[in-house]
Design a protein around this ligand. Structure first.
Ligand code: FEO
Ligand code: CA
Ligand code: CA
Ligand code: CA
Length: 688
């Protein structure tokens, strides 16, 4: 049974997060002006002035076709008549005590709660796989909170784990390669007596080393889902804010990427604010550089402004210790962040690449799939209120097999192709979209869309911008062509079963407020607190197509709130959900959603939802995370669910001396972000 939610005891910030989260994670993005002040249209408008005549004609043609054909594609998985479901077993554990649900979702849902722990369903258990500071490289010391050094941190697991990928490891049975993003640092929760106005050089250098990526081989326990790290494995690796990265693709080597330290415009130190990411079919990992703007001080240009680079000092004061973080002294250094990074975890000596063909914005994630003829398509969200959704289509085919030649070839796939941005059009009259979230008379928030090309290789499709400018200032290019302003596009995941693409739109507190775009069919709620999930079907099921059909799959919130929608599934049978962020598929084709900032008063959680069949829209909460934490990086394997518990204890007023959480090691121990594996006590598969 669904329980009433506990009342909030602290004032929530946008999306329910604490002020501390806003400060360290996003550089207080919510308190700054929305960077997108472009006058381009939103869903419902069709303004083609900025489009070339060619794309205009084609766009019009595609919209028509996509509505008919794509609508048919989407229609195929709609829920059956609700009458047929009314008498069906309750998804929340029937009278027999055996949990019902879609295959893969047969567990008793976890109720909303504020327990300072990872709460899992009855019959499930968990282990902490790896914590911030645990040594992973040869020679790295054990974690000692009072003896932290930059050198030690560079050999230890980084802070604030976000995206996770697990890759197979041939020849070593029971082992997999775990790759993790370390999005940002919470200095007040890391260092005893931290003075935000006067960070020391050592503290700053520890923070540099705590950012970036980790590669660590993990060992499965026989007959359970338990995972433990294999320290000192030759594949283990740390990449930090000072490791060497290579810029590749059409904008690499251009003047906009050159700095006094790097006249080549191809060699960058570090990756920053790696949020979500993706795993490629050729065995590499992709990592989105998200709120990179917050690390750069003294921005002044119009492009700095569009990317949210502030005009004053930064929160962490890195500019005092390395002039490259001062935009006045190194105006191009910030151009070298905000990219998608590709890492080859199987080659510990490889230099990770920043792929300029995928554009520069606040990359939340980058999730690839293949076209029928084997070309990668990568979907990407720009996580900012009123920013856009993109895709990249490679011009090259993936080579199969593990030969050296295939591997070398596949590492060039993301350097050549076309970058597109999405424009969505709704099919219901604007008068029926009143900002309350009430469904329009056709019963769905839905419509069609076009992929507007921005650049192909060295050729720009945007009037007045060179291709190099399109890649480096992608947000401005998308403004010019009339992309659709969305409610913070976060993670994206194509369904391996149906090919439909799911985009988490986390929330948008400013939708419909004075001077800001109002509600539209894809973003149907004013002051959107809880977010929605968009389902997209490519035209003719061809991921390289330039038209698509879309509809809202979920409109999140408390199911008792009439402004919520669960793909038409009976709302009394679903868990409340708020602020969807990361998404992943399980082996049964269910979508799993982790949340960031719960505006309903519960701690964040992980949910599974059926996307096809009679139970489409049945959503159940699988776990909740400790105080102040966000649920990240979900991976759903047959016998294991892996989550990254990010920023536990990140609550306003908290510090090392005054902790708000004692997870994972109990009272008196420093709160630490960590990766958790959840599995069944009886060793059987998840949710069956
Ligand atoms: Fe780092 Fe958009 O979440
Ligand atoms: Ca409609
Ligand atoms: Ca995220
Ligand atoms: Ca994902």
């Amino acid at each position: 049974m669904r329980k009433l939610l506990p009342l909030l005891t602290t004032t929530p910030h946008a999306g329910g997060r604490s002020a501390l989260t806003c400060r360290y994670r996003c550089g207080d993005a919510c308190f700054h002006d929305v960077p997108n002040t472009s006058g381009n249209p939103y869903v419902g408008d069709v303004i083609a002035g900025a489009l070339s005549r060619r794309s205009m004609v084609r766009a019009a043609a595609v919209v028509t076709v996509a509505t008919a054909a794509g609508g048919a594609v989407l229609g195929a998985g709609a829920p059956e008549a609700h009458a047929a479901q009314a008498g069906r077993g309750h998804g929340h554990g029937g009278p027999s005590g055996r949990a019902q649900g879609a295959r893969g979702l047969r567990f008793t849902p976890v109720a909303p709660n504020t327990a300072d722990q990872v709460t899992v369903p009855p019959g499930y258990t968990q282990n902490v796989v790896i914590r911030w500071g645990e040594p992973i490289l040869r020679g790295a010391p054990a974690f000692d909170p009072d003896r932290q050094t930059a050198k030690a941190q560079a050999g230890q697991f980084g802070y604030n784990n976000d995206f996770l990928s697990l890759l197979p490891l041939r020849g070593e049975p029971g082992r997999q390669v775990l790759v993790a993003n370390h999005e940002y640092t919470d200095e007040v929760l890391m260092f005893r007596g931290y003075d935000p106005e006067n960070p020391t050089r050592e503290q700053v250098e520890i923070a540099w080393a705590a950012h970036g990526l980790s590669v660590v081989v993990v060992q499965e326990e026989h007959r359970s889902g338990r995972l433990t790290p294999v320290t000192r494995h030759p594949l283990n690796r740390r990449l930090t804010a000072t490791s060497v990265f290579e810029m590749t693709g059409p904008a690499a080597g251009g003047d906009l990427l050159k700095t006094s330290a790097d006249p080549s415009g191809r060699k960058v130190l570090g990756t920053l604010n790696n949020c979500a990411g993706g795993t490629t079919p050729w065995g590499t990992t992709l990592h989105g550089e998200e709120n990179f703007n917050q690390y750069f001080a003294n921005g002044s240009s119009a492009t700095d402004k569009r990317y949210g680079i502030g005009s004053g000092p930064t929160e962490r004061k890195w500019e005092r210790f390395d002039k490259r973080f001062d935009a006045q002294r190194e105006p191009n250094e910030s151009h070298r962040f905000g990219w998608v990074v590709e890492l080859d975890p199987y080659d510990p000596d490889s230099t990770p690449r920043k792929r300029t063909a995928l554009g520069r914005f606040k990359h939340e994630a980058a999730q690839p799939r293949l076209t029928d003829d084997g070309r990668p398509v990568v979907y990407m969200g720009d996580d900012e209120r009123f920013d856009y959704f993109y895709k990249f289509v490679s011009s090259k085919r993936m080579m199969k097999g593990g030969s050296r030649a295939a591997r070398a070839h596949n590492l060039t796939l993301l350097d050549e192709g076309t970058l597109y941005v999405a424009r969505l059009t709704g099919d219901s009259p604007a008068a029926e979209l009143d900002g309350t979230g009430k469904l329009p008379s056709d019963g769905e928030f839905d419509g069609s869309g076009v992929w507007i090309p921005l650049a192909t290789g060295d050729v720009s499709h945007v009037p007045g911008m060179t291709a190099e400018e399109v890649y480096v200032f992608t947000r401005l290019a998308a403004d010019k062509v009339g992309a659709t302003k969305m409610d913070r596009p976060e993670d994206v995941e194509p369904s391996p079963r149906t090919g439909r693409v799911y985009v988490a739109l986390t929330n948008n507190s400013q939708r419909g407020t004075a001077g800001k775009p109002g509600a539209d069919e894809a973003n149907p709620r004013a002051r959107n607190k809880h977010g929605q999930i968009l389902e997209l079907a490519e035209h003719w099921d061809d991921p390289a197509a330039d038209g698509f059909a879309w509809r809202l799959f979920l409109v999140a919130g408390d199911p008792e709130d009439p402004a919520t929608y669960f793909a038409g599934y009976p709302k009394e049978k679903v868990s409340p959900i708020s602020c969807p962020d990361n998404v992943a598929f399980d082996p049964h084709g269910n979508l799993w959603i982790s949340t960031d900032g719960n505006a309903l008063g519960s701690h964040d959680g992980l949910f599974g939802v059926a996307t096809h069949g009679e139970r489409r829209g049945e959503l159940k909460q699988f776990l909740t995370v400790p105080a102040g934490a966000e649920t990240c990086g979900p991976i759903i394997q047959e016998r294991r669910v892996l989550v990254a518990v990010q920023h536990p204890g990140e609550v306003d007023g908290a510090s090392v001396e005054k902790p708000a959480s004692s997870w994972p090691d109990g009272p008196g121990r420093l709160v630490r972000p960590a990766v958790v594996a959840v599995y069944r006590r009886d060793g059987r598969p998840i949710g069956v």
